[in-house]
Design a protein. Structure first.
Lengths: 219, 662
């Protein structure tokens, strides 16, 4: 999903959300500038003015005034960040705090898994792993990478369900997530994929590493 | 200003309390508003602590002696640089400095991980806030750095201890504090992983860089302390197993174990309980070390003094840490089950387990030796001292085992090593080590412990060279580049692994320096004017004593002519400095002549200005500079391991996708 200039990266796993999800950012934007840009500019201007006003006095005074202005600005930012979430309306009626990894987090995890595959291949070339162990390790890592790619492509069961549930809520429909899911033919979970949270644990896993659910029967 | 400072501390306490409550409540209710507000409060607390720090520094700079802390650690003659660094010169200020650093680091860690590890952030904020609440409570009720004189303030201060007016002593405490404080971050993420149940590798990835940076600063702090002891205390050595030294070493040992152990969890899904235990133990030892140096339970030349109330506060806090942390470990044990069991004792996994055990045993031994005097006094009424001979006797073999593991572990295969693996990997390093051993034995070097140390250094160095060579050849064949580019590309692609090998090389060089201690020469002479003395191949001659003054201190300097094998090398100037207001605590200014092979170290403990005679201590320290050089290599290796993704991109050439090379 392309971002508009000045728009902050969207947080959470609700990829279908657009502008209403981030009211705090919308209220702080002026033609591409954000609130903190203005605060930083104002702080620098105040510090410059302070330096001019204290010209001719000992250097300690100049530094003290500058530090006082800078720290006041930091405190102002802190107060803003503390109070603003409390006064803004909640972004979603169903705010779930876990499992909401961003696309960037999945991309990074995919990169790390692919790098791990390369490391295992290197260890094999350096004769640090036997062929049998190499096959097992690489197989597990490739399965995990494949699961991540499916999730990123929107094919993972957990991710799709999350998007559809969130969309239904925003459109104000009474459609329950279960019925929404029922209208879409749910693929049988792949071997090693947790039926509960959708995490990919590898073909040989018996328990999910994220939520502890037994995955042996699913595979 | 003092009132403002006190108010800021109390405000920070309230803000952290809110941050803790809001984050936990938000996480439990699933309220993103509360969590965001809690995180915002966390940032606000960091900002307020910055203001408080600026207030105390301003008080030092403007000589505000109405504040007791400023009056105690500064005076009008003190150079501006040391006035500013007096912030952390005393106990009260050092605690505030701790809170300031932790608030800054915590804010950075939370900000960087706010999206990637959203589920952990509320509890990370809560844990760090909890730690901050303890230190702030201690400051507000007991050790307020903004406490003022009730009556007329003195016109001048007492001044910073002259021993601390030294560049190493300026860098050493902040470096150690950064290391200590930084270990709170991995602890917070580890606890958040336990509380949320997300016990997979994700929390390890969040804290890996933090742990490495904290470990690096701990290493820097310890090494700077060694350099300071060597150059300022004037006893000819660099490590005396002082309780305060040990307080810094303890978390370093367990953090080293943690940094290695996480590799096994990432690769094989094993040692999860070990990693949780190590991160908790490391954090606990940072608090325990702070407790030791501030409560008076141990006696040390550079402890802060005795304070029973402080000791009780720390004791309660440490009990809470242990119960809370290990309580969660026990509760989450089912989720910490390893993916695999140990298949063979001749495997890399087994080597890492051995590494964990040996480092933990080393830490427990040092802890036992450090606390033994206190324990013996508590139990028997007699304070029995434990000195360097005890520590050297037990830590020497442990150190050699650690050195051996440094070479063995990288050569072993994952899961199990076959005889063919072992022969292929160990042949040349072992042959090289044996050749070096034979050479040293032929030169008359004792096998225990110096000879064995040299042999192990040779072994480990050979394994490192072998790893670089073989890896470079694999990459060279795959990429078609030259050997140099291939090796650079290999290091840059596998920064963590090869940066680690460079760190190991630094450790080897440091052990080489430690081994030189076995060949040390130390003698004291009483020399009249013009008189000579000889120690091994060096001859020294007393050419007189002179007195000078620079306003801040009086300097009594000896002039000593130095000869090596009859050839004049030059003149060295050992001295004694007497600072104004601290005349009873003169500092010893050592004269050192450094070469790669040895140091010639001169100290003038006594003198007579009338007849220009001097008492001169002459020490020869072989190989000592390899310790400092080895540390530099260690820093280089850590820096490489911490490099960002696109460093040295020119050497990261494209390789076919099926090629087995990083």
């Amino acid at each position: 999903m392309a971002r508009k200039r000045g728009e902050k990266p969207h947080r959470g796993g609700r990829a279908a959300a657009s502008a209403p999800d981030m009211p705090s950012h919308a209220s702080g934007e002026i033609a591409g500038l954000q609130a903190w840009h203005l605060l930083a500019l104002g702080t620098m201007a105040a510090m410059t003015a302070g330096v001019f006003l204290t010209t001719g006095t000992p250097i300690v005074n100049v530094v003290s005034v500058s530090v006082a202005i800078a720290t006041t600005a930091l405190v102002a930012i802190g107060i803003y960040r503390t109070l603003m979430p409390l006064v803004m309306p909640d972004a979603s009626e169903q705010t779930e705090m876990l499992g909401g990894r961003t696309r960037a987090a999945f991309e990074r995890e995919k990169m790390l898994v692919l790098r791990s595959i390369k490391e295992v291949e290197f260890d094999r070339a350096m004769r640090k792993i036997s062929d049998a162990d190499y096959q097992e390790m690489v197989g597990r890592l490739r399965s995990r990478a494949a699961g991540l790619m499916r999730t990123l492509d929107g094919g993972g069961p957990g991710y799709r369900e999350l998007i559809e549930r969130d969309l239904a809520t925003r459109l104000g429909t009474a459609q329950a997530p279960a019925s929404a899911a029922a209208s879409v033919e749910q693929p049988r979970p792949a071997p090693g994929v947790c039926p509960e949270c959708g995490a990919d644990n590898g073909t040989d896993a018996r328990f999910c590493k994220a939520c502890g659910t037994r995955v042996g029967e699913a595979s | 200003m003092a009132s403002l400072g006190s108010f800021l501390l109390m405000a920070t306490f309230v803000i952290f309390a809110y941050a803790l409550a809001a984050s936990v409540a938000g996480a439990r209710r699933g309220s993103r508003q509360l969590v965001e507000s809690g995180v915002g409060a966390f940032y606000l607390a960091a900002a307020v602590m910055t203001v408080a720090s600026a207030v105390i520094v301003q008080a030092f700079v403007t000589d505000n002696y109405s504040i007791k802390y400023v009056q105690r650690y500064s005076d009008q003659l003190q150079p501006m640089f040391y006035k500013i660094t007096s912030y952390w010169g005393g106990l009260d200020g050092s605690i505030m400095f701790w809170v300031f650093l932790l608030s800054a680091f915590g804010s950075l860690a939370v900000y960087v991980n706010r999206d990637r590890h959203r589920e952990l952030i509320p509890y990370v904020v809560a844990i760090i806030s909890g730690v901050q609440l303890f230190f702030l409570f201690m400051m507000i009720v007991h050790k307020n750095p903004f406490e003022t004189f009730l009556v007329q303030a003195p016109k001048d201060g007492q001044g910073l201890n002259p021993l601390l007016q030294n560049i190493y002593m300026v860098i050493h405490p902040p470096s150690l504090y950064i290391g200590f404080v930084g270990m709170t971050i991995p602890f917070a993420f580890g606890m958040a992983a336990l509380i949320t149940g997300h016990t997979d590798d994700s929390w390890l990835r969040a804290v890996r860089r933090w742990t490495m940076v904290s470990w690096l600063f701990l290493s820097l702090g310890l090494t700077l302390g060694m350099i300071w002891a060597y150059e300022e205390l004037g006893w000819g050595g660099y490590w005396g197993w002082d309780p305060v030294e040990n307080a810094g070493l303890l978390p370093w040992l367990t953090a080293t174990a943690f940094l290695h152990s996480v590799i096994v969890q990432e690769r094989r899904g094993m040692l999860k309980v070990w990693n949780m235990t190590l991160v908790i133990t490391t954090f606990f030892l940072t608090i325990f070390g702070t407790f030791m140096t501030r409560s008076g339970v141990v006696q040390s030349v550079h402890a802060f003094g005795e304070d029973r109330a402080l000791a009780w506060m720390f004791t309660v806090f440490m009990v809470v840490i242990l119960v809370f942390s290990f309580g969660w470990v026990i509760k989450r044990l089912p989720m910490l089950k390893p993916r695999y069991e140990l298949d063979s004792w001749i495997s890399r996994e087994a080597a890492f387990v051995a590494n964990n055990w040996i480092l933990l045993i080393a830490a427990m031994l040092v802890l036992f030796g450090t606390m033994f005097p206190t324990l013996s006094e508590a139990l028997t009424g007699n304070r029995l001292t434990v000195g360097p001979p005890f520590f050297n006797r037990w830590m020497a073999p442990i150190g050699l085992i650690i050195l051996a593991l440094t070479g063995v572990a990288p050569l072993l295969a994952w899961r199990r090593s076959t005889l063919a693996n072992l022969l292929d990997s160990f042949l040349w390093p072992v042959v090289f080590a044996l050749a070096v051993s034979v050479g040293f034995v032929a030169l008359g070097v004792r096998v225990w412990s110096s000879g064995l140390c040299f042999a192990l250094c040779a072994f480990v160095a050979a394994t490192i060279v072998q790893e670089f060579h073989r890896g470079g050849m694999v990459r060279k064949e795959a990429t078609g580049t030259d050997a140099v580019t291939a090796t650079i590309g290999l290091v840059m692609r596998e920064r963590r692994r090869y940066g680690g090998y460079i760190v190991h090389l630094g450790i080897v060089l440091m052990f080489l320096g430690f081994a030189g201690e076995g060949f040390k020469a130390d003698e004291q002479f009483l020399l009249k004017m013009g008189q000579e003395a000889t120690l091994r191949h060096f001859k020294v001659r007393n050419d007189g004593v002179q007195v000078t003054d620079d306003g801040q201190k009086q300097m009594v300097t000896g002039r000593v002519a130095v000869f090596e094998n009859g050839k004049r090398l030059g003149t060295m100037y050992p001295a004694r400095w007497f600072f104004r207001k601290h005349e009873q605590q003169p500092t010893t200014e050592v004269a050192i002549r450094r070469t790669a092979g040895e140091d010639l170290y001169l100290v003038m403990p006594a003198y007579d200005l009338k007849d220009q005679s001097m008492s001169l201590q002459v020490v020869i320290n072989p190989l000592i500079n390899w310790i400092w050089f080895g540390f530099g290599i260690l820093v280089l290796g850590t820096g490489i391991a911490l490099l960002p993704e696109r460093a040295f991109a020119f050497a990261l050439g494209r390789v076919p996708s099926e090629t087995a090379t990083p």
